[in-house]
Design a protein around this ligand. Sequence first.
Ligand SMILES: *Cc1c(COP(=O)(O)O)cnc(C)c1O
Length: 396
Amino acid sequence: MTNKEWIDKGQNSVMNTYGSFPITFVKGKGSRLWDADGKEYLDFVGGIATCLLGHSPDILNQVLVEQADKLWHVSNLYWNPTQIELAEKLTGSCGMDKAFFCNSGAEANEAAIKLARKYHYRKNAAHRQEIIAFEHSFHGRTLGALTATGQAKYHEGFAPLVPGFKYARFNDLDSVKLLLNDQTAAVIIEPVQGEGGIKPAEGEFLTGLKELCEQQGILLIFDEVQCGMGRLGSLTAGQHYGVTPHILTLAKGLGGGFPIGAMLATEDAASGFAPGDHASTFGGNPLATAVACQVIETITAAEFLPAVQKKGQLLKQALQRISDPRILEVRGEGLLLGAEFDVEVRGLIEIAIEKGLLLVGAGPRIVRFVPALTVNENDINQAINIFNNSLREWTE
Ligand SMILES: *Cc1c(COP(=O)(O)O)cnc(C)c1O
């Protein structure tokens, strides 16, 4: 079937939530994708910062197939070895103590919000229920995570939202101080805001936030669903900044494209949960955790993250060298980069796609660059070429 035939068919039965580009992908390898008409694309979206090791990487295929032969699913009524191994690897390498597994970023953040409230409840501080989030943040689409998301456009029509959320200004410690009081349970923040426009936190701000939380017995939650798992050139975003949160959420890149989320916590924070407090049927599923074990093993191998830093710099410098008056700023860290324009970029992205380069926005005026961490220099040069040609053709 052709692209168009698939899309006509899809529009009849797939719910109309995405406003997808008119392309149907049928195959992927590394940083390349092929659509149903056989056209090849260079992928700088990576399933939105998710296909960490590229499409269909041999190493993950092998692990997945081997695990499929052994065991698919048992539920958390029992223990399973791959979940235990992943918990050990993740907590050890991320500087945390305990891991809870789920299936997505939103679910990881729900778990974090619930843990924060229950933590204070168990410490006889049940009045500490409020969660402070940030303007322009994105934490997911389930009601709790959606409420934490500081963007009105995502809230519209879904009232009533979850009570007990307040929003501070990103990179503005005073705005946090104004909201903190003896009702505050936790602060949730993306160290680099993703959907909200690829905005990195300032180091001083995150350090100050941690200090403030420590002083007042408030839990600091880092939502690293997009910026964690090596994306910044360090394993966690917190490590990039030298700040360790009390709770850390992961998803997107964690399974390299296989659905899995995780909430990690310090021993003290994790003491908020006891048996029966929280659960997920699929959480820690053997297939997902086997794949994620291999992802973490691959990205923590000696040469991997330094190479991500190097490729990130190459891409960032190439973007900064582009002289186009419509570009206001190129920003981000590692392979989480964005170019902010003074106009909306949908048209530019459509031209790039036409020329065989997949890009995605991060808000209406920012083009996001989140290729696989395994992208190579040739891919980067080719992407820059196509992007330059697209800019030349783009008149809005
Ligand atoms: C994508 C994203 C989420 C939501 O993840 P889902 O898996 O879509 O639920 C949460 N937080 C951040 C920072 C994200 O980028």
